[in-house]
Design a protein around this ligand. Structure first.
Ligand code: HEM
Length: 90
């Protein structure tokens, strides 16, 4: 649809790396989140959170704080679901 839940391909996710004025997106368990609004509030610092920008953040996240509930905290920042390259398309 025009708004709301989007289908995001890996290359689209990669482009949303938080650089050149783009938002920072990160995937977690097959869902894609806009982490940009949370950057200034991340207790571990903006730089650490930016390491997950444009890619799957699960590994970094679980290495540092597996007790934190990503889905609860980032629920309002949900962009859509990660799909394969072929099944994307706006
Ligand atoms: C700390 C949330 C992603 C690195 C924290 C804390 C929260 C949080 C709530 C405090 C935890 C506590 O004190 O028990 C999140 C959320 C993330 C995320 C919601 C995903 C959107 C990441 C990523 C990294 C990271 C990708 C990269 C490695 C850290 C570090 C700390 C921290 C190093 C520890 C800061 C300290 O105690 O000195 N994060 N985080 N976080 N986070 Fe994240």
């Amino acid at each position: 649809g025009v708004t709301g839940f989007q289908r995001v391909t890996p290359s689209q996710l990669k482009a949303m790396n938080g650089r050149k004025g783009r938002p920072a997106w990160s995937s977690y368990q097959g869902k894609v989140y806009n982490i940009s609004p949370y950057l200034p509030y991340h207790p571990g610092g903006e730089g650490e959170l930016r390491r997950a920008a444009g890619k799957d953040g699960a590994k970094l996240f679980m290495e540092v704080h597996p007790w934190v509930n990503w889905e609860n905290m980032m629920g309002e920042c949900l962009v859509g679901i990660l799909v394969s390259e072929e099944s994307g398309g706006g």
